[in-house]
Write a protein that binds this ligand. Structure first.
Ligand code: AHR
Length: 620
């Protein structure tokens, strides 16, 4: 393996090359990255007709002592459903309530993770024309273990109007499958709406589940593409992601049915929160807009103007100063400074739809007229991009088998070197050999990404898909990060991405492999500066996609300084079997292993394991 590390032959990899793509799929956000513990907090998930299904809320008691129903009496016009709870029993006497009272409970998203000594912020809206004695508690799933409780009391007049009640619950114990209970032993009628429970220690205080957001931060992503995927489109437009209905006070957001992936979301994780997450991760936001198409419908060009205006308004929300109509909404949410939104993708992979090309031009022109610095991304490739249908970048999605993904490391070698660059915003090995995230899938994706590095003169950005799966609602496999209410682990491809986190903005050097009768190696070489230790490293990555271990002589030329043996590290991602996966039981089965390179130098002999990704980080 020859590496020409001379600065004059280097090429700079784009600064935003490696990022992440978050889609609301597999309960990635609702019941995942968004830390809200109550599912269906506004009782809207059953639809706006009443009576409606309040799932997953259930009652404590039976129909002899409690009746619950939904009506449209909420104080929030945009989400009118409220829950009416009628208690038929009394504190004592012949009609006494069961001990502990009757009421309702919410199990969260397959159980709430309640941790000892941790504080949870409870918020709810209450209305009643009678005096109130309500116990709000965190308990085990059978209600027997009490972890925390708070009593709300009020006279007859206190809750005649809808009243917001907020308090903290400090847990005295731990339960990963807990629930939130609202119980009473007092007969009468009481209404509830917008019942929320948030952990107090979210990532940067912005509502993101800490362990999951940290997994993202550790990848050092340079951009965050959101919110989908098919989620942006919906199966039908009535269920598409509408950014303006996901901003402002959380209580006033209507929520919507994510029909692409078949679950309700309260939209706590809305447009603002995606922009905030980008900022918290130090990543550029990349917004995929609904362009008037769902999976089954399309708005014709004659009536697309309202969708175009909606997108321009969305950009004003992100970037407009606080005096603008939508900028003021953002400022009122606590972020007067604009968010640096410079990438907007027009739709999700619908180039072949009838109206896409005509509609696209209208979006492009309107965005550029107000925001000429925004890079507009087309769903069509370069064959459809022209002066009459211009684009700054074009979107590419690659889903294929591991063998094909490996060979796609050469995919961009024949691409014309002029014209708009590619954003490979969705790629993944799928099918049998991908399992739920196998080593072989990760290695094939690594080879593909090395190919993108090598062709980063025509590729601007890349992100894998999907990012997250809640193990209780697996709609798509494989995914990079698996979690439940309290655990998480990275799949081999999550760990593979760590090999690329220093590449964005680094210098790419020519590297060539000469090996007869073995075409299973793919390699790249970069130099990069570590902000952590201030040092410069030459990083050589090699994927060995074959079943043979390989003895390789590495020869580096053109360096301005010597390679330091002490401080040079080899990192290997491999495992005993090419279909090995991680799991909650064995989260570290396939993870990178680092060791010193004792023979680091301009000439060095190394051994590559079969089915492995190896990085040689040589300290300069
Ligand atoms: O990543 C899962 C899905 O695959 C996305 O929602 C869609 O864009 C693609 O087809």
């Amino acid at each position: 393996l020859s590496v020409d590390a001379s600065p004059q032959n280097a090429q700079v990899i784009p600064g935003n090359m490696f990022g992440i793509f978050f889609e609301e799929i597999n309960h990635a956000g609702a019941g995942g990255l968004w830390a809200e513990l109550v599912s269906n907090r506004g009782f809207e998930a059953g639809g706006s007709n009443t009576p409606s299904n309040i799932d997953p809320w259930l009652i404590i008691g039976d129909e002899s002592n409690i009746i619950v129903a939904t009506d449209r009496s909420s104080c929030f016009a945009s989400n009118p459903i409220a829950l009416q709870m009628e208690v038929l029993c009394e504190a004592s006497g012949t009609n006494a309530c069961p001990s502990g009272g009757v009421g309702i409970y919410n199990p969260g998203y397959w159980g709430m993770n309640i941790e000892r000594t941790k504080v949870y912020r409870a918020t709810m809206y209450i209305r009643s024309s009678e005096s109130v004695e309500l116990t709000v508690s965190l308990t085990s799933s059978d209600g027997l273990q009490n972890l925390a409780s708070h009593t709300i009391t009020g006279d007859k007049e206190d809750f005649v109007e809808w009243t917001k009640v907020e308090f903290d619950l400090a847990s005295s114990g731990r339960n990963t499958n807990a629930r939130l209970q609202l119980t009473t032993t007092k007969s009468g009628i009481i209404w509830f709406d917008q019942v929320s429970l948030m952990p107090s220690d979210t990532y940067m205080g912005h509502g993101f589940r800490k362990d999951l957001a940290s997994m993202l931060a550790n990848l050092k992503p340079r951009f965050l593409k959101f919110p989908g995927g098919n989620y942006v489109m919906g199966n039908y437009l009535v269920n598409a992601f509408r950014w303006s209905e996901t901003v402002g006070p959380w209580e006033e957001r209507p929520g919507h049915f994510n029909d692409a992936w078949a679950y309700w979301t309260d939209d706590g994780l809305g447009f603002f929160e995606f922009l905030q997450l980008s900022e918290d991760l130090g990543a550029c936001p990349l917004w995929v807009v609904n362009d008037g198409a769902s999976l089954n419908e399309e708005v014709p060009s004659a009536t697309i103007a309202a969708f175009v205006k909606d997108v321009v308004n969305g950009i004003e929300f992100a970037r407009g100063d606080p005096q603008t109509a939508w900028g003021s909404v953002r400022a009122a949410m606590g972020h007067p400074e604009p968010f640096p939104l410079f990438y907007v993708s027009i739709g999700n992979q619908e180039c072949s739809k009838h109206y896409y090309k005509d509609n696209y031009v209208k979006f492009y022109s309107a965005i550029k007229a107000s925001y000429p610095d925004i890079k507009v991304i087309s769903s069509c490739d370069t064959s459809a991009i022209s002066p009459v249908s211009p684009a700054d970048l074009y979107d590419v999605h690659v889903y294929t088998s591991s063998g094909d993904m490996f060979s796609k490391s050469r995919m961009f070698e024949t691409t014309a070197r002029n014209g708009p660059k590619a954003v490979v915003s969705e790629y993944a090995v799928t099918g049998n050999d991908a399992g739920r995230g196998t080593l072989i899938a990760a290695l094939a994706e690594a080879a593909f990404l090395i190919g993108l590095e090598r062709n980063s003169d025509v590729v601007e950005m890349a992100s894998c898909a999907p990012l997250f799966v809640n193990d209780n609602d697996r709609r798509w496999s494989p995914d990079a990060i698996v979690f439940n209410s309290w655990q998480h682990y990275g799949c081999p491809n999550y760990w593979m991405l760590h090999f690329f986190k220093d590449s964005s903005g680094a210098a790419l050097h020519p590297s060539t492999i000469q090996l007869s009768n073995y075409d299973q190696l793919v390699t790249s070489a970069i130099t990069w500066n570590s902000s952590q230790d201030g040092n410069t490293y030459l990083k050589i990555k090699v994927v060995n996609f074959g079943s043979k271990a390989v003895n390789l002589n590495i020869s580096v030329t053109g360096l301005q300084t010597d390679i330091q043996t002490f401080g040079s590290i080899k990192t290997v991602l491999t495992s005993g079997w090419l279909r090995d996966e991680n799991s909650f039981q064995q989260p570290d089965k396939v993870v990178p292993a680092a060791s010193p390179i004792t023979n680091a130098g301009e000439q060095m002999g190394v051994v590559l394991d079969s089915y492995s990704l190896t990085s040689f980080d040589l300290l300069l």
